[in-house]
Design a protein around this ligand. Structure first.
Ligand SMILES: Cc1cc2nc3c(=O)[nH]c(=O)nc-3n(C[C@H](O)[C@H](O)[C@H](O)COP(=O)(O)OP(=O)(O)OC[C@H]3O[C@@H](n4cnc5c(N)ncnc54)[C@H](O)[C@@H]3O)c2cc1C
Length: 580
């Protein structure tokens, strides 16, 4: 098989199914299973003894000491290498523990996540040995709490537009940091801040001054840093969310993480990696709430029947469980790609975050529906679960931005190939290589299609669906690129469809891989539930994908644009039965 990229999903944009990356479905070693199992047990005990989620939610605050208890269990340094005092877990093990924490309390999971999924992740991923030695032991032991400071009042999704400035001193020994950061999780308790700021760079060739982003580590207390009051929020109310003001804060140049001017790469690298905490958190939160939905469906009687016996409730339960299983399959496939260390996992981690956060939202919403009026009442924890879940679609990259990222980043490879082809056609002698590679791949796809040979025979139909969609997906990507050229980056209706197909395709591939592994291990008869979960997911995803293919050419995009423009013009929906 010709391999065009170093990424499972980027290859899919060329119509290639990377069975070499997809099979076998990752499994933890027995030793890791045992160690993670022990941590999971201690997390459950910690929750019972110390976590008072409803009380904290009512107050809008948790006691700071809770983090000391968490630290005693190693929960502040899960991914920090053992040599720096952490537990040294890889991403799969780390995510499994986050899954557990999210099932206990969203606010606590977000607090611990902001500390280590993003707060000190820049040091872990991009820090020098000296920086790791200096900071990680205090961060892993919980003596210090970390936060990640990117967002500003004028800069949310458009992270490159930050205004916070860091100016190098004339002697080159320190930066002076000035600016405002907004909605920083753990801002109110942090001792260590990773701050992204604009710094001046001089182009070596032209001598022109440009602005670049640089990542600076700020140790507290430091003169000039002031933290605003905790924000009142819809959900995860007990977590700390604060504005932070930096007023001429002196930061030694030794505190630059990842190199001068490399801050954007650092910020995005941290989020690509950190997002898996949210993906796994979605699975943990959803599983916990799903148990409640099943319990109520089994207990509540109406019309002399358990409500769980009614078809409309069974449909909800079936759909929820199959989506949870799909999300879990995607999360742990992605963490294994991360743990390999040699693979581009940026698309997969964005996809897993989007899918998992939307799956969680659907589960908390349907659970309330199953609980009816009781679900709406404060007396039960389900309205809190709904409020807590909502943030996941907004932070660490909104799901809109991540969809655009998935579509555009995925289309980059085929786009470059097409541009290369156009060039090659202009210079036929030089371009023989790319033209023939492209032609061979296309002929192969048309004649043989994409192939998935490692799926278990019990999933033959599902594998065939992936094969069919893979070729059609690549063809549609090419059609869109030829149609729009570089302006594809403006075509968000098309981007959304491409991203949605990619999301479903990734889920399908992860499911086939995981269920194949299970069937091979336990036999078909013992895996009837896993097979049903996968088939049911394929059924729904297949319908969505076909609709998205059709909608690439037949859609109401122009009508939508017209309606939106009118709404902006009129300031809302001005129709009124009194004025008809
Ligand atoms: C509770 C909480 C905790 C947070 N913690 C942190 C933290 O620890 N550190 C940190 O740095 N930040 C944090 N944030 C900020 C968070 O990351 C941002 O809210 C998020 O990035 C979105 O930015 P925004 O809210 O300014 O929305 P905007 O960027 O203004 O977006 C508003 C809407 O427009 C959409 N949109 C924007 N641009 C586009 C586009 N090009 N195409 C299509 N749609 C678009 C968005 O998807 C969204 O739906 C936190 C926020 C909250 C609410």
């Amino acid at each position: 098989m010709a391999v065009t990229t170093n990424s499972l999903m980027k290859s899919m944009f060329f119509g290639e199914i990377r069975e070499d990356l997809l099979f076998p479905y990752p499994a933890m070693t027995q030793e890791t299973v045992e160690t993670v199992g022990m941590v999971v047990d201690s997390v459950q005990k910690f929750a019972k003894d110390h976590v008072r989620a409803t009380e904290w939610d009512d107050k809008g605050a948790m006691p700071r000491e809770i983090l000391n208890y968490a630290a005693e269990l190693g929960l502040m340094g899960l991914a920090v290498p053992e040599e720096f005092g952490g537990l040294g877990f890889k991403q799969g093990a780390y995510s499994r523990i986050f899954q557990e924490l999210a099932g206990i309390d969203g606010a606590l999971a977000v607090t611990l996540g902001a500390h280590q999924s993003i707060g000190y992740k820049a040091v872990l991923l991009f820090g020098s040995d000296e920086q790791k030695k200096r900071w990680l032991p205090k961060l892993a032991s919980g003596e210090w709490v970390a936060c990640y400071c990117l967002t500003e009042p004028g800069s949310g999704s458009d992270a490159a537009s930050i205004k916070t400035k860091a100016t190098l001193s004339p002697d080159g020994r320190y930066y002076t940091l000035t600016g405002n950061k907004l909605w920083i999780t753990n801002g109110g308790i942090a001792n260590f801040m990773t701050v992204f700021a604009k710094t001046e760079a001089v182009d070596k060739k032209t001598g022109e001054k440009t602005e670049k982003v640089t990542c600076l580590a700020v140790e507290l207390p430091t003169e000039g840093v002031s933290v605003g009051p905790a924000e009142h929020k819809l959900g995860i109310r007990a977590s700390w969310t604060n504005a932070i003001h930096f007023d001429n804060v002196r930061v030694p140049v030794e505190n630059v993480v990842g190199g001068d001017g490399q801050g954007f790469k650092v910020a995005m690298g941290v989020l690509n990696h950190g997002r898996m905490g949210l993906g796994a958190g979605g699975v943990g939160g959803a599983k916990k709430i799903f148990e409640a939905a099943v319990l109520h469906a089994n207990e509540r009687v109406q019309f002399k029947k358990k409500i769980g016996e009614f078809g409309m409730i069974k449909e909800k339960i079936g759909r929820m469980m199959s989506n949870i299983y799909a999300a879990e399959s995607m999360v742990y496939m992605t963490t294994s790609l991360i743990d390999r260390g040699d693979i581009d996992y940026s698309l997969e981690s964005a996809i897993a975050k989007v899918f998992s956060s939307e799956m969680l939202w659907e589960v908390v919403d349907e659970n309330i529906q199953i609980w009816g009026g009781l679900g709406y009442m404060k007396e039960y924890p389900y309205e809190k679960a709904l409020r807590d879940a909502r943030i996941n679609r907004i932070f660490e990259g909104t799901n809109e931005i991540l969809r655009a990222f998935v579509a555009l980043s995925g289309m980059q490879g085929p786009g470059q190939e097409l541009a290369g082809l156009a060039d090659a056609i202009k210079h036929p002698l030089k371009g023989l290589g790319p033209v023939s590679d492209f032609a061979i791949r296309k002929v192969r796809q048309r004649v043989f299609g994409a192939s998935m040979e490692k799926a278990h025979p019990s999933l033959k139909k599902e594998a065939a669906m992936i094969e069919e969609f893979a070729v059609e997906f690549a063809t549609n990507v090419e059609v869109l690129l030829r149609r729009h050229g570089k302006s594809i980056h403006l075509m968000q209706f098309a981007q959304k469809r491409i991203a949605d197909i990619a999301i479903d395709l990734y889920a399908m591939m992860c499911l086939v891989s995981r269920v194949t592994g299970q069937v091979q291990k336990h036999g078909v008869e013992k895996c009837d539930l896993e097979i049903a979960l996968a088939r049911s997911f394929f059924h729904r995803a297949g319908v969505r994908i076909r609709n998205n293919f059709v909608a690439i050419d037949r859609n109401d995009d122009e009508l939508m644009k017209f309606i939106a423009e009118k709404a902006y013009e009129q300031g809302g929906c001005q129709f009124d039965i009194l004025k008809d």
